[in-house]
Design a protein around this ligand. Structure first.
Ligand code: ARG
Length: 566
């Protein structure tokens, strides 16, 4: 239910009846229950424009607000706020209606768009690291969310499969005489280190590596074959991580850096033609206003750079894929890079003015001591190991609960462990650095996935205990039920906000508030006690069912599974 836009219409109507002109009407959530369910805070600004007393205007507007339908009560408060209460009968009717709805009352966006979400983007030369974990989790949620709201989403995995290091890697691969599937490539980090040692020790090997760089670039068949088998093996490692994470990225979504190779000279031509770039010391550079350093788009030896590839990718996404919104879920430390390529792409007309280009940046993952996340000896943490550890720890966290058979336990531990890693990442505001803490993320208390999964399982257990059909309407009997119903209907506005701002934590905060409220409702309003009247019992069961459905849908958008028992 798009409550805020419905309320805007009601306020707009009232303003019109009171002969007051207003442009945009923004409805806010009330900050405390005693201030109602929603608030309109726009009167003060209007009063300033009209040079009138805000409380006076607010009283006039309030008189014209229709309180026979969705709204039951309005009140002027403070310097001229309007507090708004929703009507209980209306809440009962709407919540009862959406019990039947698979989308739990969430509609579609009015103007669906084609959106590219660029996420994960691991580098093939090395193992995927924690930075790519954040990109993968946040990006996947954004893609799922936009799709659910009706946008047409094209996932793009911009993997780093090109560059000078591949000469060294394939020369070493050839020397080891492996076909890309054997033991040597099981540990890419080690393979890279070994190749580097060889490179530093042997002049002959180093020369061969350099020669192979040129050979791949000029399309030498043998070298390309070696390169391809290396990329395949490396991508296989990433897919193992995607699989464990339950992330929806496939080979079809891969559009690697190398894909844009033959388009790069045209990009440079275009920049030259439009006088956007200039040659400086043999290199092709773009000087942007306010930027101290030039952006090099072609080196003096003719080589292209990360930025050049991104310009070609922007052109492709805007013109071939015809996206109207392009989201880059990439480490915040690349903010400067994206600012620059977006500016250049628009200046050069590679991307139309109507295309929204967004860098969805995120902070660094830190350990408990506030240092970048590494293994004890300073190495890179393998994501596969991290995810396996999450499942082991989840098993441990639920071992005393004794509700699962041995077969169930593995699946439940996976849902809880992987869910915890994802939720912990999604629930902080994404631009902040983030402290990875096993104990915190696997806690039953607080803003964790386990708290949500536990609430869901609790609801299922109530239904199992009831063990009979649930039918009948929702009746809003008291304050807590009123608040719970309003909260359930806020789901759509929450998702819309999260999709516009690309902030998954908007959804987790909502789920946390919803579950906290539900727990209070459950504590105050017994459901299965014998002396409860049948219609009230049914209504409370229905409210619980709807809460469960919203939790499940919310977690599903975050890529987290629910379980029936914990
Ligand atoms: N491979 C890059 C990295 O590891 C991320 C790619 C992000 N996407 C892009 N179009 N630049 O930093």
């Amino acid at each position: 239910m798009k409550i805020k836009s419905e309320l805007s219409k009601i306020i707009e109507q009232a303003l019109k009846s009171a002969n007051i002109q207003a442009d945009e009407i923004v409805i806010s959530d009330a900050t405390k229950p005693e201030f109602g369910d929603y608030q309109f805070n726009g009167i003060m600004r209007l009063a300033k424009e009209l040079k009138r007393n805000p409380r006076e205007i607010a009283s006039e507007v309030v008189e014209h607000i229709d309180t026979t339908g969705m709204v039951s009560k309005v009140e002027v408060a403070g310097p001229g706020f309007i507090n708004i209460w929703l009507n209980n009968e209306w809440l009962a009717e709407v919540t009862t209606e959406i019990l039947e709805d698979k989308r739990v009352g969430v509609g579609f966006v009015e103007e669906p768009k084609r959106v590219v979400v660029d996420y994960s983007g691991p580098n093939m030369a090395k193992q995927m690291h924690v930075g790519h974990l954040r990109s993968t989790i946040i990006g996947d949620t954004l893609a799922t969310l936009l799709e659910f709201l009706g946008d047409e989403v094209i996932r793009q995995n911009h993997i780093g499969d090109w560059g000078t290091q591949f000469g060294m890697l394939i020369a070493y691969l050839e020397e080891q005489n492996t076909d890309g599937n054997t033991q040597e490539l099981k540990d890419l980090e080690q393979f890279y280190k070994d190749a580097k040692v060889r490179f530093d020790q042997s002049e002959a090997f180093a020369n061969k590596a350099r020669e192979y760089v040129v050979k791949i670039q000029s399309g030498d068949e043998h070298c390309l074959e070696l390169w391809q088998s290396f990329i395949n093996a490396s991508l296989g490692h990433c897919e193992e991580v995607y699989e464990k994470l339950g992330v929806n990225l496939t080979r079809d979504d891969v559009r690697a850096e190398s894909f844009y190779n033959d388009q790069l000279p045209q990009i440079i031509e275009r920049l030259k033609e439009k006088n956007i770039s200039t040659t400086s010391n043999g290199a092709e550079c773009v000087f942007l206003e306010g930027d101290e350093n030039p952006i090099i788009v072609q080196k003096s030896d003719g080589g292209f750079l990360y930025a050049t590839t991104d310009l070609a990718a922007l052109y492709f996404r805007a013109n071939v894929l015809q996206a109207k919104r392009i989201c880059y879920v990439v480490d915040a430390r690349q903010a400067q890079h994206f600012k620059q390529v977006f500016t250049i792409a628009k200046m050069a007309g590679l991307v139309g003015e109507d295309v929204s280009l967004e860098h969805i940046g995120f902070g660094t993952m830190m350990d408990k001591g506030g240092k970048p996340f590494k293994t004890r000896d300073g190495g890179v943490i393998k994501l596969v190991d991290l995810l396996d550890e999450a499942v082991v720890r989840a098993k441990d966290a639920i071992k005393d609960r004794d509700v699962h058979s041995d077969e169930e336990l593995d699946a439940v531990a996976k849902a809880i462990g992987i869910g915890a890693v994802k939720y912990a990442d999604l629930s902080i505001s994404r631009e902040s650095n983030y402290i990875f803490n096993w104990d915190k993320m696997l806690s039953f208390e607080g803003n964790t996935s386990l708290y949500m999964q536990y609430a869901y399982a609790r609801i299922q257990s109530i239904l199992r205990k009831h063990n009979a059909e649930v039918s009948g309407e929702i009746i809003i009997g008291d304050e807590i039920e009123h608040r719970l119903a309003v909260m359930l209907l806020k789901f759509e506005d929450t998702l819309i906000k999260a999709s516009i701002e690309a902030t998954p934590h908007t959804i987790t905060s909502y789920l946390y508030d919803l579950v906290t409220l539900f727990m209070k409702f459950y504590e105050l309003n017994p459901i299965l006690k014998e002396d409860i009247k049948e219609d009230i019992k049914m209504s409370r069961l229905q409210l619980s069912i709807l809460t469960g459905a919203v939790i499940k849908k919310g977690l599903e958008i975050l890529g987290i599974e629910v379980v029936e028992k914990i």
